[in-house]
Design a protein around this ligand. Structure first.
Ligand code: GAL
Length: 424
């Protein structure tokens, strides 16, 4: 996707706020709001609370029901959501990623057209045009984006790097391998790996594909233009196998626990989305002191590349409390909502009038890079594939990892099948 398409803007505002959190089991009334996400703890829950506080303040008589299903990247939540939709019991709003993931719900006829809200709230003028395109099918806009996350971030602990004699972030995958060997030499695992649920390993693979073949070929993978059976993918799989060999011994860590290996000085690098930073801050750690960052290594592109994803909220067809859902969506798109949510969630606002002073130094840098870097989409977080394609992709890479990174041919065959699953 071209960068300039994703940028264009304008202005406006909105408001809102909330009530007490009630158990999800409570029967729906026509007055409450039931919201469905996977933001259950740490920085993710803190971000959600930032926005729900805005909702509660603006809607003091609307009880807020938080139907969060724990499990990062939605690994558990998406299944529950599908069952609820199939049973005709949707929440009043749910989280879906911009791109192919959202298109899946649109094609299934499960979400309402929100073009009327874009008109009444002036969002067409304030959200980047290229992003709105990712939310549009057949000329209709189906969700409200609350943020932009960056997936291809390399995190590390300056004290551990010093111990290993590393003074600057690796710029290429080969430099990264050299640095991981330096970590290993001083008794530190080269990279922290989170095997629980497969998605974090697949997330790493997305970043390795990009770093190995560059943005143009990476973009071609999701359309069929770059062959999964060609030499570029083989090369990336070779890198992946080498990188995995430097990981921690436990193959089933959840991502916050893998992240702790890095901040605790037990592992060198961590490739994770920028929600890692808010997670660490919610644990009391300090950016630039306890941990720092750089764009993930890239062998090919001349300048920095930003692998993006965007969390957005929908209005399911048949929602019991439709008015409450609409009130929530207004908060999602508002300046108050976005600037309360994002500094805590570790993401940048979608609105082009967001107040940079509310964001830390990493996020301020992200705001600038989002405007100037080449942009590519995250596969694991909904941009390139729908839910079926993502599930197949995650499990292919997860199997490769748990199998000791040996079956390269099997991995490639499964990746071919994942593309087909997403297009089916
Ligand atoms: C992504 C989501 C992020 C964050 C992450 C880890 O899919 O977009 O907001 O929640 O998963 O759970």
């Amino acid at each position: 996707m071209r960068l300039n398409k994703l940028r264009m803007a304008a202005v406006v505002t909105a408001v809102a706020v909330v009530a007490t959190v009630m158990p999800a089991s409570q029967a729906a009334t026509n007055k409450q709001l039931e919201i469905f996400t996977w933001w259950a703890s740490g920085g993710e829950a803190a971000g959600l609370k930032g926005m729900t506080d805005v909702f509660v303040k603006a809607n003091p008589n609307t009880p807020f029901v938080n139907a969060t299903v724990a499990g990062a990247a939605g690994v558990n939540a998406k299944g529950v959501l599908v069952s609820r939709m199939a049973a005709g019991n949707p929440p009043d709003t749910f989280q879906a990623h911009a791109g192919q993931e959202l298109s899946g719900y649109v094609k299934a006829g499960q979400v309402e057209d929100l073009t009327f809200l874009y008109k009444s709230e002036g969002w067409n003028k304030i959200f980047p045009a290229g992003l709105v395109k990712q939310l549009t099918t057949g000329g209709k806009i189906y969700s409200v984006p609350v943020n932009i996350h960056r997936a291809n971030v390399l995190w590390w602990n300056p004290a551990a790097a010093k111990k290993a004699g590393i003074t600057a972030a690796p710029k290429t995958l080969d430099e990264m391998l050299v640095d991981m060997a330096k970590f290993k030499a001083v008794g530190i695992d080269g990279i922290a790996l989170a095997g629980n649920g497969d998605w974090a390993i697949a997330h790493l693979f997305d970043v390795v594909l990009l770093g190995s073949m560059g943005s143009a070929k990476y973009n071609g993978l999701w359309t069929g233009k770059t062959s999964w059976r060609g030499p570029d993918v083989k090369k990336a799989v070779d890198y992946m196998a080498k990188i995995l060999a430097y990981g921690n011994s436990s193959k089933s860590l959840d991502w916050p626990d893998a992240g702790k290996l890095v901040t605790g000085g037990k592992a060198g690098f961590f490739i994770m989305g920028d929600w890692a930073s808010s997670q660490w801050q919610s644990d009391g750690l300090k950016l630039e002191t306890d941990y720092t960052w750089a764009p993930a290594p890239n062998n090919v592109d001349a300048g920095p590349v930003y692998m993006w994803l965007s969390d957005s909220f929908t209005l399911p067809k048949g929602a019991v409390n439709r008015d409450a859902g609409i009130a929530w969506l207004k908060v999602c798109g508002s300046l108050a909502g976005q600037d309360s949510f994002n500094p805590l969630k570790g993401s940048i606002a979608v609105r082009t009038d967001s107040d940079a002073k509310k964001y830390d130094s990493y996020l301020q840098a992200a705001m600038k890079e989002w405007k100037t870097d080449v942009l590519v989409g995250s596969t694991v977080h909904g941009v390139n594939y729908n839910n079926a394609g993502m599930a197949a992709y995650d499990s292919a890479v997860g199997k490769f990892y748990t199998g000791g990174a040996k079956d390269k041919t099997g991995l490639i065959a499964s990746l071919v099948a994942a593309l087909a699953a997403s297009k089916a």
